[in-house]
Design a protein. Structure first.
Length: 744
């Protein structure tokens, strides 16, 4: 059934004119083809390609009919599925939940499935001449910003608070999205938001005019490393962010976009502005005084493509005037438009369509059985078990089939709240709420929302009481959702919204000793200290925003179905209270994230998560006790499953500097593996510590001799352990004289 879509692409491909130009010759090298194409463009044509990214202003990049080049829309969202595009798509868990899996292979598979659906739908859109927003192949994904503040509204789009974890998952996403074809890219990745972006969202102190003051060390050691990894992964684009960085808007920041991104890292792709970010250089930041000046500073800084808010005339349409006045050189314009066409060329636009196997994808490749199964597996792997008192979970499947479950709370049966923002839209029959999912395993299910919306301003206790008193087990579904935390909406505190805690406490009282299980649907941390401490709450499961397979995943995890034992880990610290939450406007990393946390213990630490089984660690063996300053270190640790069932475990490796000459994190995640360990068996898990992971910022990346400690186990060092010997340590030293990282 793919043939009609390939045929349509063949028929509609703009080859009737310009088919003999060298840029259409697939036997020539890419750069030679680009030379030919770019040198054929007039200045006006180049300006329109740079000024028309899609979004609200003036539509996609226009066709260049004399060369047989069609239109192209750059505005596509692919965070965890084909989001905001016309038509259905498979909805995978929101990014922060995917991060909780600690599984790059899972991220790769989700990204690759996403790219398949983006390409399949794009082929259909081209066949009917649709070039509107979200129909293209160039994705504004992944989000690599650090979750530096627990109340930021966009935490859900990130991979958590750790630069190394974010980098590893970001690399997997980029590679999965772009595919493994030796010639063609399935869909192009775009890493965002570049850079030092992470709140505040809200007016009057908002991202649209905010100046993020950051030290050089924090910038280099926290906010930039994951983006450098994105370059090494082969991404085609970066999105510059709304905010200023030390006084200079990101989209006009030459040091960021040219000196670091292109100069230090060798990036050859394009930089696109966040939607309206170029206009906001003048309108929001008042950094410039006219749109002409704005075009000059942003283009010269390194911005290639404007994504506009919806002005009558885009800022980049002033580029031609700037060239005429000598403020922007023609060679700079050519350099800015070149990576735009490099991307389109690698997507296959200028080759004979039959050469590109991705052109055969069509609507039948969207929401396939395999993709639905992957969405379910991803949801299961994202869940984090925060509490399991006296083995409350797993429930016995045979018992559940004979019992009545009460499923209550605002998330119990709301098919919208389970997705988070930037969500794909699946067909209704594929959306499983907790209620619908639990109905597949329970003898009977009673239901009561209690609150219509997560804000829970109005609470209806009578309906909840009736549902709970008629049941053997109570499942309480609480959290936040996009009306509490999302883009442009920061939270004001850590508490469960509105009357949600009242609802939970009432359920515990009405259950009268029967099991109560709390399911949390949120991104930013919640203060669930009452539930953690109270014996009436038997288990707490952090579910994040699992999307379409929510209910099915919950049903399998609650009964410990084969392959459904929880093994996720928190990708961010959950503070014990607002006294541990610094001001959002302050961008210093002091006291933020596990890397710089104080001595006061959090409610739940980064990397935390329980299991239905028990693991014991032994035999942390280093390949050497002394390592050259530019040397790598191999090591391994043995993890044994000493509990009652097969399960996965997230093995974590942390590095501590003994005597660095500059401030460094108290310890840093430098490796992790999610491994399946059968009951009663042991697995040796290998690691390689690169010399780059020991580097510190001292005006430059520098490697220093001295003493170091490694910690290997199922959690952070020096946290409350789940079993004895859960974290092992080993010391080693680095010999030689200090060197620049670039010298190694």
């Amino acid at each position: 059934m793919a043939v009609p879509y390939l045929t349509a692409v063949l028929l509609l491909a703009p080859l009737s004119r310009g088919q003999d130009f060298p840029f259409r010759d697939p036997t020539l090298p890419w750069e030679e083809r680009l030379d030919d194409l770019v040198n054929r463009l007039t200045l006006d044509e180049m300006v329109l390609q740079m000024a028309r990214g899609g979004a609200k202003a003036n539509g996609p990049a226009p066709p260049i009919k004399r060369l047989g080049i069609g239109p192209y829309n750059w505005n596509t969202e692919c965070l965890r599925g084909d989001a905001e595009a016309p038509g259905w798509a498979t909805a995978f868990p929101q990014a922060l939940g995917l991060a909780a899996s600690f599984s790059p292979p899972l991220i790769y598979r989700v990204a690759n499935a996403t790219a398949t659906e983006v390409r399949a739908k794009h082929n259909h859109f081209v066949s009917v001449g649709n070039y509107k927003d979200h129909t293209g192949l160039s994705c504004f994904s992944p989000v690599l910003n650090i979750m530096r503040h627990p109340l930021w509204g966009r935490n859900q789009e990130t991979y958590g608070e750790d630069p190394f974890l974010t980098a590893e998952l970001g690399v997997a996403f980029v590679k999965g999205l772009q595919g493994d074809h030796p010639r063609y890219v399935k869909a192009s990745a775009g890493c965002k938001h570049f850079d030092v972006h992470g709140g505040p969202e809200n007016i009057p102190t908002s991202r649209l005019s905010f100046d993020a003051k950051v030290s050089e060390r924090d910038w280099r050691m926290t906010f930039l490393p994951q983006f450098e990894a994105c370059v090494l992964a082969g991404t085609f684009s970066f999105m510059c962010s709304y905010n200023r960085i030390n006084g200079v808007p990101a989209c006009a920041n030459k040091r960021l976009l040219t000196d670091i991104l292109r100069g230090e890292w060798g990036f050859q792709g394009y930089v696109v502005s966040d939607e309206g970010a170029v206009e906001l250089i003048m309108v929001g930041h008042q950094f410039t005084h006219s749109f002409l000046e704005t075009a000059i500073v942003s283009v010269n800084a390194g911005c290639d493509l404007e994504l506009s808010y919806g002005m009558k005339q885009n800022v980049f349409t002033h580029i031609g005037e700037a060239v005429a006045k000598g403020n922007i050189s023609l060679e700079t314009v050519k350099a800015r438009v070149r990576p735009l066409f490099r991307t389109r060329m690698r997507l296959g636009e200028f080759d004979p369509p039959a050469m590109n196997p991705y052109n055969a994808l069509g609507p039948e490749d969207v929401q396939t059985d395999a993709h639905r199964q992957l969405a379910l597996q991803a949801a299961i792997q994202s869940f984090v078990l925060l509490k399991n008192q006296n083995g409350t979970l797993p429930l016995r499947a045979t018992d559940v089939r004979k019992k009545t479950l009460a499923v209550v709370g605002p998330f119990a049966n709301n098919s919208v709240l389970l997705f988070g923002d930037y969500a794909p839209i699946p067909e209704p029959q594929y959306i499983f709420t907790p209620r619908r999912g639990l109905e597949t395993i329970a003898g009977n299910v009673t239901f009561a929302a209690g609150c219509t919306f997560p804000r829970c301003d109005w609470y209806r206790p009578a309906e909840v009481k009736a549902a709970v008193q008629a049941a053997d087990i109570a499942i309480v579904c609480l959290g936040t959702g996009i009306d509490v935390e999302t883009e442009a909406v920061d939270r004001k505190g850590l508490d469960l919204p509105g009357h949600q805690l009242d609802l939970l406490q009432d359920v515990v009282a009405w259950a009268a000793g029967r099991p109560v299980i709390l399911l949390l649907f949120n991104a930013g941390p919640l203060d669930v200290s009452w539930a953690k401490a109270h014996d009436g709450v038997g288990a707490i499961l952090a579910c994040f925003f699992p999307a379409q397979a929510t209910g099915l995943a919950i049903a399998k995890v609650l009964v410990g179905d084969e392959g459904a034992n929880p093994a996720g880990r928190l990708p961010a610290t959950w503070p014990a209270g607002m006294h541990q939450v610094p001001p959002m406007e302050n961008y210093t990393m002091a006291g933020r994230t596990y890397r710089y946390y104080g001595d006061d213990p959090p409610l739940y630490p980064f990397g935390y998560g329980l299991s239905y089984t028990l693991f014991r660690y032994s035999d942390l063996v280093l390949g050497a006790e002394v390592v050259p300053v530019c040397g790598n270190l191999s090591l391994s640790v043995v993890v044994e499953n000493v509990g009652p069932r097969d399960s996965e475990e997230v093995v974590q490796l942390y590095l501590r500097w003994g005597e660095a000459s500059v401030p460094v994190p108290r310890w840093q995640l430098v490796g992790f593996h999610r491994v399946l360990v059968p009951q009663g068996q042991a697995t040796k898990v290998p690691f390689l510590l690169s010399f780059r992971q020991r580097a510190v910022w001292a005006g430059e990346w520098r490697l220093e001799p001295g003493s170091f400690t490694l910690f290997a186990g199922g959690q952070q060092p020096f946290q409350e352990t789940r079993v004895p010997s859960n974290v092992l340590r080993a010391d080693f030293s680095v010999s030689g004289s200090a060197r620049k990282r670039s010298q190694c």
